[in-house]
Design a protein around this ligand. Structure first.
Ligand code: ZN
Length: 91
């Protein structure tokens, strides 16, 4: 099981749902309950950039400083969900 969600980079231990669910009802090894439900992404149209923006806004709402949220979200494009197909990489 991944330590962090491979979609949003949230630590799995922080997931109140203890992981997303696969189509057969089992727990996803890679994605949290916010991102993945019953075998599908909850935001299938998201790009890595959309996810970064979404997470940054969420963290701002929670009072997390911008620098910290930037550090946490900058690795999102490297996660499994966004890593294929290999396209132009922005770092
Ligand atoms: Zn997630």
């Amino acid at each position: 099981m991944s330590k962090t969600c491979q979609s949003c980079s949230m630590p799995m231990e922080k997931d109140p749902g203890a992981g997303g669910t696969n189509l057969d009802g089992s727990k996803s090894d890679d994605y949290c309950s916010y991102c993945f439900e019953e075998g599908e992404f909850t935001e299938p149209d998201f790009t890595a950039k959309d996810m970064q923006k979404f997470c940054t806004e969420k963290m701002n709402d929670m009072g997390i400083p911008g620098l910290f949220s930037w550090m946490l979200t900058r690795k999102i494009p490297k996660l499994k969900r966004w890593s294929s197909p290999p396209s132009s990489t922005e770092i």
